[in-house]
Design a protein around this ligand. Structure first.
Ligand SMILES: NC(=O)c1ccc[n+]([C@@H]2O[C@H](COP(=O)([O-])OP(=O)(O)OC[C@H]3O[C@@H](n4cnc5c(N)ncnc54)[C@H](OP(=O)(O)O)[C@@H]3O)[C@@H](O)[C@H]2O)c1
Length: 271
């Protein structure tokens, strides 16, 4: 399959590391980023090391569902062979997007959900959809009533964990509804990227005491890279060097169906 791989959030951290690794494998990539200046700088930097890399940049802001629609509209049918849902955010405060969704849920869940659904008719059979999840998912039981946390329900880490858990549920249901796709999950472990700066007073301390013991982005993204080139059918959970069955704690097809149906109701105006 020679189509381009879309990598969301490719301006740094694991997204940039993924783009470089895919380029080194000779794969064409579309870097889907909200900040085009940062994306171009990453592209130029990679081209310095890999001059033959085939890298395009596209504008995608996952906190704006009309931006997701415009991005998807610009994709030629058959031109894309995979999507790596890498972009993510841990909002410190309860912020509502222009569409009225809580920001962490919009970037980590609703944006990727709509992007995938809008691109489905343009993807070839066997296309790979890989989503970056997190070990925090295990601490965040989810119900369909939790997709739009109010200010009172909001907590920085719990909301992030629930948004990632929703992305996991989406992947499982997507695989059930579209057995022609290869839908996989990747868990990078704990990676010393910008993401673990939570915007608190203790961040500088964590930079000294904690970050040196975290994985580098290039190491953390390895499970996702393996998922992006696998020929295995859906759905495997890539973590460390393993490609495991999805942990039993996440298996609840009825819940996945309810979350999918609730999401359709919420995002219907943008579909
Ligand atoms: N770091 C960890 O320990 C860890 C653990 C488990 C899972 N993960 C997941 O791994 C993925 C990559 O994280 P990372 O550690 O590499 O973090 P990172 O360096 O902070 O990268 C996050 C990326 O997401 C992009 N992004 C943020 N908001 C966006 C929006 N509204 N629209 C489009 N893109 C947006 C950022 O773009 P800007 O440059 O424009 O901000 C950046 O490119 C995330 O999904 C994260 O949740 C990370």
């Amino acid at each position: 399959m020679n189509g381009r791989i879309i990598v969301t959030g490719a301006t740094g951290g694991m997204g940039a590391a993924a783009v470089e690794a895919l380029a080194a494998q000779g794969k064409p990539v579309l870097m889907a980023c909200r900040n085009l200046g940062k994306a171009e700088a990453v592209r130029t930097d990679i081209l310095r090391r890999i001059p033959e890399a085939d890298l395009q940049v596209g504008k995608l802001d996952l906190s704006s569902l009309s931006s997701v629609r415009s991005f998807a509209a610009g994709i030629e049918p058959g031109s894309v062979s995979g999507i790596f849902h890498n972009a993510g955010v841990i909002s410190k405060k309860h912020i509502l997007t222009e569409d009225g969704f809580e920001n962490t849920f919009s970037v980590n869940y609703f944006g990727p959900w709509i992007l995938t659904l809008l691109l489905l008719p343009k993807l070839p059979a066997g296309a790979r959809i890989v989503s970056m999840v997190s070990l925090t998912c295990r601490f965040a039981p989810l119900k369909e009533s939790m997709l739009q946390p109010s200010e009172r329900d909001f907590s920085q880490l719990r909301t992030y964990a629930r948004a990632k858990r929703a992305l996991l549920s989406f992947s499982l249901e997507l695989a059930r509804r579209h057995p022609d796709l290869r839908v996989h999950l990747a868990d990078p472990g704990i990676v010393g990227s910008d993401m673990i700066d939570l915007g608190h007073w203790f961040d500088p301390l964590a930079d000294i005491l904690f970050k040196p013991f975290c994985k580098t982005p290039s190491k953390g993204v390895q499970p996702a890279l393996r998922a992006l080139s696998t020929t295995e059918d859906s759905t495997r959970y890539y973590v460390g060097k393993a490609a495991r069955a999805v942990p039993r704690r996440y298996l609840d097809p009825l819940l996945d169906k309810r979350i999918w149906e609730k999401t359709v109701l919420l995002v219907n105006p943008w579909l």
